[in-house]
Write a protein that binds this ligand. Sequence first.
Ligand code: HEC
Length: 128
Amino acid sequence: MFDKTLKSLAAAAAVLLTTDVRAGEPPKKTAELLEKGKASFAVNCASCHGAKGEGDGVAAAALNPRPRNFTTDQLKNGAKVGQVFETLGKGMQGTAMIAFSHLSEDERWALAYYVIDLRAKSPKAKKK
Ligand code: HEC
């Protein structure tokens, strides 16, 4: 009886862990997903990161640390799509970069690909 309870608890914990830690594999990068990321970026991110991701949004000057310039700056948490996805889910503690876990996973993947694409298209970006 006790043993059975333990087993189902362990199973429940395993499910929680897998959904929490590994938020699924990245979806395929498509033109459609990038478009979605671009649209979401304009709404959710441009106020700080700027319309082109250059870290110069209207709110940027008042912030310390300043929002990342995606066309030049390195990404502290890494620049792989899964790492940017994670940053979006968790935010960056002690900064204006809040967690965007209220956005759907699909939207966060779209944003992650879009941010990476901004970097990839910039000759100035320090790639990491
Ligand atoms: C209220 C302002 C604000 C908004 C809105 C905002 N950010 Fe940020 N973001 C910041 C700041 C400030 C930093 C720099 C934090 C630091 O230096 O530790 C940052 C950093 C980042 C980083 C860098 C992470 C790294 O590894 O260095 C990424 C990626 C990012 N933001 C993506 C986004 C995306 C995508 C959105 C929209 C969904 C968004 N941000 C919205 C302020 C903002």
